[in-house]
Design a protein around this ligand. Structure first.
Ligand code: C5P
Length: 451
C-alpha cells in the first residue's frame, strides 16, 4: 500500500505524513529531504548551484543512506549525517534550484522508487502521486495560503534553533516560500501539480488533528469505483445507483424538452463547496442536481419525508431533511456534516421560490454556513425555469429553454481576515453582485430581455 501526499512547502504535509505513517505502522518517505541532502552536498563541495555541470560532477556517484530511527529518519550522505543541517533556508533555496535539473530528478527518482518499506509507505513531496508513484493506492494533495505556510516554517525554525531565536525574519521566510512556489510550479521538469485523482485538502484553517481526520477518511474510502464512476467519471465514483439513474434521466429530460445549456462547469473544483443559486420554480432543484458535475446534497423541508417511499427516494437523492424552524440545530448539523465530508451543498440563498421570477434579496444562511464550514461559495444563476413552470401553475410546459451559469468561487480564505460578522456581510454582498453580474452577462450574450 502506497499513500502519496503532495503539496506546496509548508502545507503541513511532513507533519501529517509522519502522523499517518505512525498510525498505520508504515514507513515515511520525505522526498524533500532527499533533494535537501543533495543540495547540502552541493553547498559543502562549494559547487555553484546555477552551473548544472558542476552540480552533476559533485553528485556523480553520491551515496545516500536513510536510517529510520524512532526519533525520525537520519540522512547520511557519503558517510556524513546531515539530518540537522538540511532544514536551513540556504539549503531550501539550493534544493529548489537544483530540483529542476533532469539528472537530479532522475537520481532522486531512483532513490525514491527503491525506498525500503515493509507494510506500506507514506510518500510526501511534490510529484509523488504524479510521477514517482502514479499507481499509488491513495493520493492526497495539501494546500495552504503562503502567509500561513510562512508562519509554520518560521515557528519550526525557532523551535529548531539552539537559542530559541530565528536567524531570519518572517518576511524573508515568506518571500522564500513565494519564490520557491513559483519555481516549483513553473519549472519544465515535473512541476508541482495536483495529481490526477488526488483528494485535495486546504489546511489553512485546519489543525493538524483536523487534517489527519480528513486524511484518514480519505484513505479509508474504498478505492473500487462503483458503476456510475465508470459511466459519469471519477467525481461520481461513490454515488448510489438511484442517484446515478435519476441524474442521467433528468439530464436527458432537460436537454430534450428544455434544450438546457450549462456554462462555467470548469469553475466547480472537486471537494467541499456551496453552490448558491437563485430559485424561481419547482424545476430548479432537479435542473441543478443534473447540471452540477459532482455529487451534490440539498436541503428539503422535513414534511416531504413523511411518506416512507418518498422519504426513501429523497434520501437516495441526497436530500437533507430540515425543519422550517431557523434555530433547528439538528438540521444545521446535518448540513455541516455534508461539507465536512468534502461534498457539495446546493443552497437557494434567497430562502424561497421567487414568485415574480427575478433575483431577490439574500438571506444570511448561506454566509453562516460558509463561515462555519470554511467553504467556498459558487455563485450560480439559472434562467428559463420560471418561463417553463412559474409558481402558481399546476403543470409545467413541456418545452422551453433553460440556462445554468456557474460563476467563479468566492473563496472563504479571502474573507477570514475580517471579523466573523464583517466576513458574512461582505460575502453576502459579493454573492449578490456576482449573481447580478451572471444574470446580466447571460442576458447580454443570449439576447434575453428581462421579464
Ligand atoms: O518539501 P521540502 O521543502 O523539504 O523540499 C525542498 C525542495 O525540494 C522543494 O523546494 C522542491 O523544489 C524540491 N522537491 C521537489 N520534489 C519533491 C520534493 C521536494 O522538487 N518531490
Amino acid at each position: 500500500m502506497i499513500i502519496t501526499i503532495d503539496g506546496t512547502s509548508g502545507s503541513g504535509k511532513s507533519t501529517v505524513a509522519a502522523l499517518i505513517a505512525k498510525k498505520f505502522g508504515y514507513e515515511k518517505l520525505d522526498s524533500g529531504a532527499l533533494y535537501r541532502s543533495m543540495a547540502h552536498k552541493i553547498l559543502i563541495e562549494g559547487a555553484d548551484p546555477a552551473d548544472p555541470e558542476a552540480v552533476q560532477k559533485v553528485l556523480d556517484g553520491v551515496k545516500l543512506h536513510v536510517e529510520n530511527e524512532p526519533r525520525g529518519a537520519r540522512y547520511i550522505v557519503d558517510g556524513q549525517d546531515v539530518t540537522d543541517q538540511i532544514r536551513s533556508p540556504e539549503v531550501s533555496q539550493v534544493a529548489s534550484k537544483v530540483a529542476g535539473y533532469p539528472f537530479v530528478r532522475a537520481l532522486v527518482l531512483n532513490m525514491q522508487r527503491h525506498y525500503p518499506y515493509k507494510k506500506g509507505l507514506v510518500a510526501e513531496g511534490r510529484d509523488m502521486g504524479s510521477v514517482v508513484f502514479p499507481g499509488a493506492t491513495r493520493k492526497l494533495f495539501l494546500s495552504a495560503k503562503p502567509e500561513e505556510r510562512a508562519k509554520r516554517r518560521y515557528q519550526e525554525l525557532i523551535e529548531r534553533s539552539v537559542d530559541g531565536a530565528a536567524t531570519v525574519s518572517f518576511d524573508e521566510v515568506l518571500n522564500g516560500i513565494v519564490e520557491r512556489d513559483r519555481r516549483d510550479e513553473e519549472r519544465e521538469n515535473c512541476p508541482l501539480v495536483r495529481p490526477e485523482g488526488a483528494i485535495e485538502i486546504d489546511t489553512t484553517n485546519l489543525s493538524i488533528e483536523e487534517v489527519c481526520v480528513r486524511m484518514e477518511n480519505a484513505i479509508a474510502k474504498p478505492k473500487r469505483k462503483k458503476f456510475w464512476g465508470y459511466i459519469l467519471g471519477e467525481r461520481f465514483s461513490e454515488i448510489n445507483f438511484v442517484y446515478g439513474f435519476c441524474y442521467v434521466l433528468t439530464k436527458g429530460i432537460y436537454k430534450l424538452f428544455y434544450r438546457s445549456e450549462i456554462y462555467g462547469r470548469e469553475n466547480l473544483v472537486p471537494g467541499k463547496g456551496i453552490v448558491a443559486v437563485n430559485h424561481v420554480s419547482f424545476l430548479d432543484p432537479p435542473l441543478m442536481g443534473s447540471s452540477i458535475p459532482d455529487e451534490v446534497y440539498a436541503m428539503a423541508i422535513d414534511y416531504l419525508f413523511k411518506f416512507p417511499p418518498f422519504a426513501w427516494l429523497l434520501r437516495k437523492l441526497h436530500s437533507i431533511p430540515v425543519s422550517g424552524n431557523a434555530s433547528d440545530r439538528a438540521s444545521l448539523k446535518r448540513t455541516l456534516d455534508v461539507l465536512s465530508k468534502d461534498k457539495k451543498l446546493l443552497i437557494f440563498p434567497e430562502g424561497e421560490r421567487r414568485k415574480c421570477g427575478t433575483l431577490g434579496p439574500l438571506k444570511g444562511g448561506v454566509a453562516m454556513l460558509a463561515s462555519l464550514a470554511k467553504a467556498d461559495v459558487y455563485p450560480t444563476y439559472l434562467y428559463g425555469t420560471y418561463q417553463a413552470f412559474p409558481p402558481g401553475k399546476k403543470f409545467p410546459k413541456f418545452w422551453g429553454k433553460v440556462y445554468v451559469v456557474f460563476g467563479k468561487p468566492l473563496k472563504w480564505a479571502d474573507y477570514e481576515h475580517l471579523s466573523a460578522k464583517e466576513a458574512r456581510v461582505k460575502l453576502l454582498e459579493d454573492l449578490a453582485v456576482a449573481l447580478r453580474d451572471l444574470e446580466q452577462n447571460l442576458f447580454k450574450q443570449k439576447n434575453i430581455s428581462p421579464n
